[in-house]
Write a protein that binds this ligand. Sequence first.
Ligand code: ADP
Length: 377
Amino acid sequence: LRKNIELKLNEEQNMLVLSQSIANLGNWSTVASTGVISWSAQMYVIYGINKADFGHNLSALVALTHPEDRHILTDWIEQLTQPSPAFSLLVRIVRPDGQLRFIKTYATIEYTADQQVLRRVGCTQDVTESILLEQQDHLHLDQLAHVTRLGLMGEMATGIAHEITQPLTVAVNYANALKVIANTEKPDLEKITKIAGLVALNGLKAGKIIHRMKSFCQSQEIMRLSLDINSLITDSVLLCNSDLKKHNIKLHLELAEALPMLFVDSIKIEQVLINLIRNGSEALAAIDNSQPKTITVNSLRLDKHKLQIQVRDNGPGIELEVQKKLFTPFFTTKTEGMGMGLSICRSLIVAHQGELSFDSQPGLGTCFYITLPIQEQ
Ligand code: ADP
């Protein structure tokens, strides 16, 4: 019987070693009273060191951690004294051969009967490959978002050119009027100053649209800045105006006041807003002109931690069958559509730890909801 138990234990031990090796996952424990750390065999593989080269204490562990992540590790260990069932930690380690690896650690605490910390136990997994994949996904998403942004701009360019020409023409007319007034016998200086102001104002108006176009088209990594959500909405609308006019759509802005600043990448959020407004105006373009067509953009504070932007249209709405596939890449009901707009929008919002959702009633219209967390910088 004893032999049998030994065999069984051996087999289980072998299975454990094998599964730890397959998952590249090790387990460890630390005795609270002595601070001595014990590692399973796979821990040495993860850290790329031999058993004899590890000091089995906290300072040895800290020394193996990437210098920039050491404080994260020590803060985490400090928090580990608080009673909570599980904690997880992601840090970079540097192997003796210089290789950088990402490791994820889960831990729990065992207490004595009188609630003293007895041991800290946990497991650590090398998650480098999945982190690298995730980073690549982000890069792809970024490239794709850039390409669709360029496409969007290309389609809107004619309308936007018109938007720019208009204030420039006004400025030229005012400048001509200035010439006439300046050539009179007693030029009215007050009038000249006023008209010169109007020239400047219209020039700036055209400049602002060009500036928005330029920054919108540039590819960039996620670059978060603290900004006011309402100006972001008015800036996005600037690029949509020609589209809305073309389809005879009235735009209403209902923006809440005194909203907290958001820490977001303005170009990415603008891309989402412009996509949603464009989708709304394309939906409205498809219905007849007998009813007034409107798109309403709201900004509001949802609760203590979240802001919301709503983009609502009174278009044809979305059939239930179509609703199910709305965020599927390449799903489109338009002959010229690419079907990537909404799935990219959702990924961009998710990359900001937010949510993109919608509700739609066939025949009554559609509303998209962008929910973003209010984050400290
Ligand atoms: P695309 O615009 O290229 O078709 P999207 O991913 O932006 O790609 O949209 C997918 C589909 O969702 C559209 O083809 C359309 O059928 C539907 N849709 C999106 N927004 C609206 C809306 N506001 N009203 C009605 N249908 C919409």
